[in-house]
Design a protein around this ligand. Sequence first.
Ligand code: NZQ
Ligand code: ZN
Length: 387
Amino acid sequence: MKNFTCAIPTVVHFGQGQIQKLGGEIAARSRKVLVVYGGGSVKRNGVFDAAAAQLNEHGIQWAELPGVEPNPRVATVREGVRLCREQGLDGVLALGGGSVIDCAKAVAAGFYYDGDPWDLSGKKLTPERALPIFTVLTMAATGSEMDDIAVISNPETNEKESFSGPCCYPAVSILDPTYTYSLPASQTAAGTADIMSHTFENYFSPIETSYLADSLAEAILRSCVKYGPKAIETPNDYEARANLMWNAAWAINGFLNMGKPVAWSVHRMEHELSAFYDVTHGVGLAILTPNWMRYVLNERTEARFARYGAEVWGLDPARPARELAEAAIQKTRDFFVSLGLPASLSELGIGPEYFPEMARKARNSGFDRTFVPLSAEDIVNIYQMSL
Ligand code: NZQ
Ligand code: ZN
């Protein structure tokens, strides 16, 4: 196991009714916050009203930044920074999924950055200061509620880039599974694929030396396989929503890659898809992942895929490794399809015209230390397999 530092500072209040703790937590750190939200789902499902009641009860003033886009755009971040500066705000409260939380993080860090907030992502800066960040999560997917990453899109340049830094961990996150009951089946499916992809990125690592992290990864994957379909079939199944929500936080809060190098191959390829075509993150991952698995399956990697097949899909470990590995990959594809997710880029109307440019950009963000190092040509091949 490699050396690592474990420091996840986010306070998580998990469970039904935990919103009651929001006001006190914010009041301990901020007096006037920017309330950030998306296209209006939080107004319809009661989350906005519940948060506003907390702010009122604790005498916290606020301004609003509505309309954060899925795949949040830098123009919205700029607007948030402007509001915080003009109105003397001293905290940011995100109500929503990963896009809203990421936008809130970029506003919080952009507040102290003396330049265009796009630089944080575009130049991959590590911000040293940010306003306190609070989140009320409404969708189990990205894990942004318990990590220090923000992913921002710049449609003018077809770029989607992330930045991170310890100051970007949310100070406090409210995780109430009932707030995800209103999530449509398509987003529940995409979120489940995203959680699984984060887990795969950590699990399929060039160094397999953390038995604890690997076993936890398998447990998260089994939990997604068990509860993803349940949440789609019965949207207000508390147990299913609760397990997905906690899976999401743990898939990317750092624990799964402590002691191991991080890979993130499929995410780099998907971010280019989102950058060029604004696709839903989890949908892009579901299309690419089984093809990436097929592409990197070889004599060196087959044992890992075989273990995945036995531990996650319950396949017979006595079968030959290559056969087991191939069956596990097919199970992965079949599972995503069973959730209603597309299996090909052509289903989204995406053709091959930008593949070389997307591959070059993805490759630039690093593919040398991944599970299987990939050239730009390899990445084009995986996009082609996904057509
Ligand atoms: O806009 P609103 O009204 O909020 O509606 C959203 C949006 O349309 C809706 N939704 C969310 N919760 C709902 C709900 N609708 C009804 N009821 C609810 N309870 O779902 C749609 C998608 O929301 P979004 O926040 O975009 O989804 P997600 O959480 O998947 O976030 C995706 C973004 O996060 C980035 C992705 O690249 C993408 O930009 N990621 C962030 C990461 C991080 N910070 O660590 C890591 C991830 O790998 C990912 O890259
Ligand atoms: Zn993701």
